[in-house]
Design a protein around this ligand. Structure first.
Ligand SMILES: Cc1ncc(COP(=O)(O)O)c(C=O)c1O
Length: 421
């Protein structure tokens, strides 16, 4: 017996990846050139799987702010805020977030993963029920498990199923926490928050929305799907991350609950880990200011529409209606691995996701768009998808009729059009 015996199926699956394919779990970026380009295995590569939605990682404003904070405050805080003290920057960032969301309170964490772990596990303990969308991110599941609450999953994006499950709980159902996301990370589909908020009100539950993929991406001022759909007043807790549109690392939760601040004294994933270093805090603040003021969202959505429409025209089966995540569904895992590998060899990097990490049975070639992608880069991505897809016999030689594609896109982009408004 060996402690590692339980991993044998994973070791075997990894060893049995198609011999002619690159290893999808071992991609090494030799050099990052820009938000949309890198050198991978010596090849100039377009990055189309970064979650760097606004392309702020190389923007001179966060870069400059980070350099100055590094010089002034040092490389790290070397401890937790509870023990080592809070830096002025942490407080300023929390105030920025509270102002940005129009909420009373904000708490910053070292990652978005820890934000979910901390808030969910602390709010909902063994005597509570949490209702979560079945497609929620691993950090939400882990937060539920850490707190020991009873987890009830409802069908993805299905407010009627949420209603049914809450009704079944009956009397037991007080102090229930509902957790959903804004844009779902794998397929890029958007939560029907209006319907979910109506159910929340009906049962007097609490609602938490993880806007990890929608901060800076949706809503009039970039606050996310809750803002886009006009339901912010119904959301009790908004969680987010700095690791996507904000272009750095860190997580947060904002709320106007009057007792929210007590969480700082009881959340283990906040208390027992080191706080964000000054340079990260400074770049997050600078990026947040850009999100508030810039038109980058319009560029992002124009790119999303171009890629989505192009993929539809080529005949690929897509995960959802238009959003900055464009997920191409591939039925067989080996086909997906080969496809992904050929893309990489042709200079296009996307994310490969295979079951059980995907919703449903398909594997996904997951693209995420960036405001900084140029029209030429989008054309190149589409061209490479077309040639690899045909070579592997996964799409037909004839692109779908333009008219068909246009109808399909206009049917599928109401949220996109609104988001750029
Ligand atoms: C929905 C969602 N929540 C939370 C996280 C965790 O964010 P972080 O990378 O900051 O830990 C992710 C990251 O992929 C995510 O997709």
């Amino acid at each position: 017996m060996d402690l590692f015996d339980k991993f044998s199926p994973i070791i075997d699956a990894h060893a049995n990846l198609p011999a002619d394919a690159e290893d999808p779990f071992n991609v090494s970026m030799d050099k990052i050139l820009s938000p949309t380009e890198a050198i991978i295995k010596g090849r100039h590569t377009i990055l189309a799987g970064t979650n760097n939605y606004l392309g702020l990682t190389f923007d001179e404003r966060p870069l400059k702010a980070a350099h100055a904070a590094l010089d002034a405050g040092g490389t790290g805080t070397t401890g937790s805020r509870v023990l080592n003290g809070t830096y002025a920057g942490h407080k300023a960032l929390e105030q920025d977030l509270a102002d940005f969301y129009g909420q009373q309170h904000a708490i910053v964490f070292s990652t978005g993963y820890q934000a979910n772990l901390g808030v969910i596990s602390t709010l909902a303990g063994p005597k509570n029920f949490i209702l979560i969308d079945s497609d929620c991110h691993a950090s939400i599941y882990d937060g539920c498990r850490l707190g020991g609450a009873t987890i009830i999953r409802f069908r993805h994006n299905d407010a009627a199923d949420l209603d049914k499950r809450l009704r079944r709980l009956g009397e037991q159902g007080s102090n229930i926490l509902i957790v959903v996301e804004g844009i779902y990370s794998m397929l890029g589909d958007i939560a029907p928050l209006r319907e979910i908020a109506a159910v929340k009100r009906k049962y007097g539950a609490y609602l938490m929305v993880d806007e990890a993929h929608s901060l800076g991406v949706m809503g009039k001022t970039g606050r996310g799907v809750a803002q886009e759909q006009g339901v912010e007043a119904d959301v009790d807790f908004i969680v987010g991350t700095f690791s996507k549109s904000v272009g750095t690392i860190g997580g947060f939760c904002v709320s106007s609950h009057p007792k929210f601040e007590v969480l700082r004294l009881v959340m283990r994933p906040y208390m027992f880990t080191a706080s964000l270093p000054p340079s990260v805090v400074a770049s997050a603040r600078a990026s947040l200011a850009i999100i508030t003021a810039s038109n980058l969202r319009e560029k992002l959505w124009a790119n999303a529409r171009a890629l989505h429409q192009g993929m539809e025209r080529l005949g690929f089966s897509l995960g959802a209606s238009c959003s900055p995540v464009v997920a191409i569904k591939i039925a067989a895992i080996d086909d997906a691995v080969r496809f992904w590998s050929e893309l990489l060899r042709a200079g296009v990097y996307v994310n490969l996701a295979v079951p059980p990490a995907t919703p449903g049975r398909d594997s996904l070639l997951r693209c995420s768009l960036c405001a900084a992608h140029s029209p030429e880069q989008i054309e190149k991505i589409l061209g490479v998808f077309q040639s690899v897809g045909r070579r592997l016999d996964l799409i037909s030689e004839t692109p779908r009729d333009d008219a068909d594609a246009k109808t399909a896109v206009s049917r599928s982009t109401p949220d996109a059009a609104a988001a750029t408004g």
